[in-house]
Structures are given as C-alpha cells and as structure tokens.
Design a protein around this ligand. Sequence first.
Ligand code: SF4
Length: 472
Amino acid sequence: MERKQVLVSPEELEKQKHYINILKQRVSDLNLKYHIITYGCQMNVHDSEKLAGMLYEAGYQETDNEHEADLILFNTCCVRENAELRVYGNVGALKSRKQANPNMIIGVCGCMMQQKEVADYIASRFPFVDLIFGTHNLHRFPQLLLQAIDSNNTVVEVLDEQGSIVEHVPTKRAEGVSAWTTIMYGCNNFCSYCIVPYVRGRERSRRPEDILDEIRELGQKGYKEITLLGQNVNSYGKDTGNDYLFHDLLRDIDKLPGIERIRFMTSHPKDLSTGLIEAMADCDKVCEHLHLPIQAGSNRILKAMNRKYTREDYLRLVDRVRTAIPDIALTTDIIVGFPGETEKDFLDTLDIVKQVGYDSAFTFIYSPRTGTPAARLQDQTDSEVKKERLARLIELQNRISKDKNLKLLNSVTEILVEGPSKNNSEMLTGRTRTNKIVNFTGSKDLIGELVQVRIREAKSWSLEGEVVTQDE
Ligand code: SF4
C-alpha cells in the first residue's frame, strides 16, 4: 500500500518565512555576522547550508572568524565520542565571551541534541547557551532564534517524534562546482554500534519530483557535480510503498541537463541491488566510485554488528560490481576494536582489505554510544591493542592506495576542476571520476571545467599531473 510521505505543511513554512522577515527588520542596519561550526558527516554539512540559508535570508552575513561572530551555532554529531567531547570543550570556551558580550547568541543543534540526556546536560552545564534544538525541527530555526533573542533563558525545542520531510528551506550552498542533495532521511538498519536510527529516525524518502526539481535548478545555477546523500541511499523509495527505487532516481537524474557528474553516499552492502549496479553501469554521469562500508572482515563480528551480510556475500558483491564496471574505485569504512574483536577477527579484516584492494578507507577505533546494543557488550580489548591494530590497518591501506595510484602514472584522466589547491595556491585541484584528488598547474579559467590531465606523480592520498593540450 502506498504510504503517504509526511511533508511539513506549507502553512508552517509560511510561518517560518514570517519569522525570517521579523528577524530581517531587527537585524538590518546592525551588520550582524554568523559562524556555524559543523561536526560529522556530509548530511550535517548540508543541514548547516540550510541553517546558513535561513540566517542569510534574515540579513545575517557569514564570517569565517568565530571571534567577530554575533551568532555562533554548533551543528553537532553523536556518531563518535571524540566529536562530542570537542563540542563540550568548544561550547564551554565561549563562556567568557558571552559574559563580555551578552547580546551574542550561542546555539547548539544537530544529532547530539536528539539525545535528551545530552540536551539536558548542555542546558544545565552551560546555562549561557541561548538555543538548543534537534534535527527534526531544523526548519523552525527562525522562530526559535527569535525566541532566543527575546528570552533571558535557554530556549530548548527537541522533538521526539519522527521527523517530517521539509521542502523549500532556504539554502546557502558552498560556492564551487559540487553540491549536496539529501534524498532521504533516517535509517532502519540498527547496526548494533550506531546511534543514527535513534537520533535521525526511520527512513523517509523525498519525493522524486522534489529531488529532480532541486537538481535541475542546481544545474541551471552552474553546479556540475551532485552528491546524493542519505544514511543508506540504496534503500531510497522502499518506505513509500511505490516501486520507484534508487536506480530509477539515478536514471532520471542522469537525463537532467547541466549536471555532468553524479555521486552518492552511503551504500549499505545488503541493499546494493542488481538494478542499481546496472544503472551505475548504464548512466554516463554516474561516476565510477562506490563507497561500500565493510566495517569488519570477520563473520563473527559482522553478526555482532548486525550488518546482515557475511564476508563471502560482500566479496561476491564486489565481484559483481567490478564485472559490471571494471574501472570502479571502491572505498570503505572500517571499525577496529569492536567489543570482543580477537586478533583472528582483526586478521580477517586485514585479509578482506587485501582481497578487495580498496582505493581508500576511513578507519576508526570503536567508540561506544550510550543507548546502542553494542555499548552493553563487554569490551575486553585493551586500548593499546586497538591503537596498534588501527596502525597496522592504516599502514596496509596506505600501501594499497599508493600501489593503486602508481598504476595511474602516465595515464590521462578527466578532472573536474574545483579551485586552487589547498596546499599550494599556485596549483589547481580537482577530482577524477573515481574521486581521487589531482593537483596540477593550469590557468584559473579552468575552474569549473572538465579537463584531461596526465598523471605524473602518485602519492597515497593524491596525484599530481599536467593538463593535456589538444595537440598531444
Ligand atoms: S546503516 Fe548502520 S551504520 Fe549506517 S546509519 Fe544505519 S545503522 Fe548506522
């Protein structure tokens, strides 16, 4: 049966526009500046673009310098303990500034705030924070900000209920050639170590027509590359009861003018369907890169993680993907030191890393998250052992990455030029379709263009090259 998607009502959006206008009247002439500090994944980065969009419409200007900001917003992530501790430290550090400038507004939002005990802790430990809100009510930011400006107490609004889908929130995207588009929210998978389903709710897919309209507009604005975002994009559409799934969406986006490259993340291996592999192979604009988190190489640990595939399933999947798209780059996420991980389990992880031969990997030491099943498991592995395993894994992956990059020496590859290189402003930087960073010398006029570059030097994390002229 078709499930009706829960959209935030046009009346609610009108109401928020009204609050933006009130803010605008208050803020105009004051030349107020905002600074947003974002933690965590690309979905959070894109949420920050929406927060920035609402502030920009209200007349605030962005500043990179936190010290000149009149409004500081922390958009938090609760996936790892380190990021949480950094939030506490950075919010705490603002106490004296707030005392010196009581008109400054400090807000904390994002995934961490969806955990009631954390939101309560922030409110009681840092009473100088003006505003606390969660992920499900991000669109209500204008109204909440206005309340915070007018109140002497901390304004707190964290909704427990499943978030709805909000369309048409003003968005201030990063300038450049690439843009993010969230296609779905939430996750149904409940991997035993992961807090996301508890804070982001169940899977909710946006309507295809809304996504296609947004991407068409991004193409008209000059963006060349789109990255489709979701905790598990492979299950796009399954919550709607319709038979329009992720591969249908990819095929439709592929037909849109303007956009030259399509990327997506993240993909749960258990939901990578034959239809999706075929669409990736057929669609010219879909890049030859797949981020496919394995998390662990031991079947015992994969089961404890509730990942719902075995290492054999995963290896078969990799074979099918490589048969359909031979030049595809594969990247992954790996957790080291999950509770109960033995040396043998870890050797299984090293083994699968060698067998697959990833182009790169994000590697982490397991971080227990309160409220998840894994946090209740007994963890007997010494932290020094975990660090030593991580170092071995990184050393292996770096070697594989470098070997893969060395194979590209002297080849010519298409680069989408993003801008000046971060480490050397004399050079330009861009990415291959396989998502490898390439630095090269060239005229700034090339920014935003697709160019052919010959690879001249290979490192573990990047490549260097030179533009191929037409006479070559
Ligand atoms: S698929 Fe697993 S790891 Fe990814 S967001 Fe969902 S629960 Fe978390």
